[in-house]
Every structure is written in structure tokens, then in C-alpha cells.
Design a protein around this ligand. Structure first.
Ligand SMILES: [Zn+2]
Ligand SMILES: [Zn+2]
Length: 351
């Protein structure tokens, strides 16, 4: 693979994304992607749907978010490991913490640069989108201190605006000066061209304007529609390393939301917990059934061991994260197959 898309919005970027994760995943596969990142604005609300859909269909999902800074600029954050996921979630919690202080609709979420710096561990930082990214040397230096050279990239985009070439030249010179690598990205907002009009309408709704009046804020081209890896490589002829760097990065971002979280029941870290529970229950049962008839005691003992067996199985399943996901995987596969009208829909679902 020559290119992985590391900057992509779904409809979970409320009013700034026209496709669901369930639609982005099959579209990416059909275009020839191995890996795709979901980076919704200040949110990971679509991440589980994305992980489940990607897992079911065989695309490697990368998780992240595009966060707003308090000065209005954007950073693209990608999750490297479970610590990164928890830092991203913490940052997003901070971003939204102040948004409902006053009555009325919530205000815009944002975090401070200091907050990002404090939660940098386990995350990869891309310098952000063409229009609102972090493009100045002092801020990039601060990010470099926090993320290190291995986890900070200068992001190059080509929204087909007048100053694209000049901006990318400036950014790549700045990257060279700081000894940082660049990555190309598409800032995707739709999985197919047919969704571009919907994206336009969403932008107009978001800024409380009409389609005509919102023209300057709209993209006016299809650069925000998911394009094939080859088309993306062709979009950056001057920066082949920035294109291949995306694939290299994607290989490093192996965090799997479906099994790397390690949710546990409180106390489940104690390997002896099942034995202790069963001893406790046995002792309480002796007390409780001390005067009961033998047949009743036998019945109760059988019931208790069945209950303990179920608890143990559930704890194990929960730790492996397979209970819900197995069902959702199946649902996703069914939907993909029926959307495509495959005659083999049942076959996929049965796998
Ligand atoms: Zn942005
Ligand atoms: Zn974006």
C-alpha cells in the first residue's frame, strides 16, 4: 500500500461529515485501502461503529480525533496505544467540560495547547488541516518537545485552494528546519461524490446560512471525497515521502479498540477472585440451608454452581471483549452484504 488516509471525518463530526463509518469502511476497501483513520471533530463517538465495521470487513481502523485549540486552530491526534486512547478521551472530556455552563445550546468545545502537551503520551500528532492547522514554528517546537520526533508530523493537504502550493512549500520548509517528517492527508468528509451536496447542505445548516450565502465556506470541489491511494499519491507529486509516510505511520498505529481497552470488573485483576467468591457463597449457603432437607440443599448447591459458572464465563468473555462485538460484527457483515445486494449475504453473515 502506498497511502493510508489519516484524516477523515464521518457524520459523527456533527454537521461536518456526510458519511457514516459504516459507509466509509466499504468505500475505502473498494478503493484499495488497507488502513483508514477516523478523526472526527472533538469526538470519538463514531469510533466503536468504525472499529466494528472495519473489523468485520477487513480494513485496519486507526482511531483519533481532530481537536480544536482555544485559539481556533486544529490538531489531528491519532491513537498509538491504550494509553493514547485514554489520553485522547481525557482531552475530549476537557474539551467539552465547559460547553454547557450556560443555558441554551452548548458552546464550542476546545482544549488548550498546554492540555494537549500534558496528554501527549500514546498519541501521534499531525499539525492539522490546511486552513486551521498549527503552522507556526514556536507552536510546532512546543509540540515537538511533547510528542518527540517520532510522534509529530507536519500535515500537508491540498483542498485545491489558490495558495495550496505555497502553503505546502512553506510547511515542508518548516518541517525540514525542525527535522520533522511530513504526511499527506485528504481531510475526507464524504465516502462518495454523491454525498458532496449533502455535505454542502450540512455546512449551510451549521453556519445558519443558505446554500448560496455559504458558498465561501463550502469546498466547491470534490477534494474532500475519499479518493483512491493512487489518486492521493498523484495529488502530491512534489512530496512522495509525505505520501509513503502515511502507510508507514498506519503500520505503527495498531491500537484495536475492540480488544486493547482491557475493561475489567472491579477486583477482576485479582486472579483469586473467583475462588474467593465461590468460598464465600459456599459458606453463606451452609448457613442459609442448615435446616433444609437434603433434596433442597442439593438443589441449591447445583443452582449455586451453575450461577458461578455463568459469572466466570461472563467475566472471561467481558475481558476478551467478545460478547457485544461478536454480535455487532455479524450485524455489520450482514448490512454490508445486503447493501451490495450480494447473493452470498447469508454466507458472510454465517461466518
Ligand atoms: Zn480542521
Ligand atoms: Zn478535518
Amino acid at each position: 500500500m502506498t497511502y493510508a488516509e489519516l484524516h477523515c471525518h464521518s457524520a459523527f463530526s456533527f454537521l461536518d461529515g456526510a458519511s457514516l463509518p459504516d459507509e466509509l469502511v466499504p468505500a475505502a476497501l473498494e478503493l484499495g485501502y488497507d488502513a483508514l483513520a477516523l478523526t472526527d471533530h472533538n469526538s470519538v463517538s463514531g469510533s466503536m461503529e468504525f472499529a466494528v465495521s472495519a473489523g468485520a470487513l477487513g480494513l485496519r481502523p486507526i482511531h483519533g480525533a481532530e481537536v480544536d485549540l482555544d485559539d481556533g486552530r486544529h490538531l489531528t491526534l491519532l491513537v498509538k496505544d491504550s494509553l493514547g486512547w485514554s489520553n485522547l478521551c481525557r482531552l475530549l472530556t476537557h474539551a467539552h467540560a465547559h460547553t454547557r455552563e450556560k443555558p441554551g445550546p452548548p458552546s464550542d468545545p476546545y482544549v488548550s495547547l498546554a492540555d494537549v502537551v500534558e496528554h501527549a503520551e500514546g498519541l501521534v500528532c499531525l499539525s492539522g488541516c490546511a486552513l486551521r492547522g498549527v503552522h507556526d514554528e514556536p507552536t510546532l517546537k512546543r509540540l515537538l518537545e511533547a510528542f518527540g520526533r517520532e510522534r509529530l508530523r507536519v500535515e500537508l493537504q491540498r483542498p485545491f485552494l489558490r495558495d495550496d502550493r505555497a502553503r505546502n512549500r512553506r510547511l515542508s520548509t518548516l518541517a525540514g528546519r525542525l527535522d520533522l517528517r511530513c504526511v499527506a492527508s485528504g481531510n475526507v468528509h464524504a465516502h462518495a461524490r454523491s454525498r458532496a451536496p449533502l455535505q454542502d447542505a450540512l455546512v449551510a445548516v451549521r453556519i445558519h446560512s443558505t446554500l448560496d450565502a455559504s458558498e465561501p465556506q463550502r469546498r466547491g470541489n470534490f477534494s474532500h471525497v475519499l479518493a483512491s491511494p493512487a489518486a492521493m499519491a498523484a495529488r502530491f507529486p512534489e512530496y512522495p515521502e509525505a505520501v509513503s509516510e502515511t502507510a508507514r505511520m498506519a503500520d505503527e498505529l495498531s491500537f484495536d479498540l475492540r480488544c486493547d481497552l482491557g475493561y475489567r470488573y472491579p477486583g477482576a485483576e485479582d486472579a483469586e477472585s473467583m475462588r474467593k467468591l465461590s468460598e464465600l457463597c459456599d459458606a453463606r449457603m451452609l448457613d442459609r440451608y442448615i435446616d433444609a432437607r437434603a433434596a433442597t440443599r442439593e438443589q441449591a448447591a447445583a443452582r449455586l454452581s451453575e450461577e458461578l459458572r455463568i459469572i466466570e464465563a461472563l467475566v472471561m468473555e467481558h475481558q476478551n471483549g467478545i460478547t457485544i462485538h461478536a454480535r455487532l460484527d455479524r450485524h455489520s457483515a450482514e448490512r454490508y452484504a445486503s447493501d451490495r445486494g450480494d447473493p452470498g449475504a447469508d454466507e458472510i453473515a454465517d461466518r
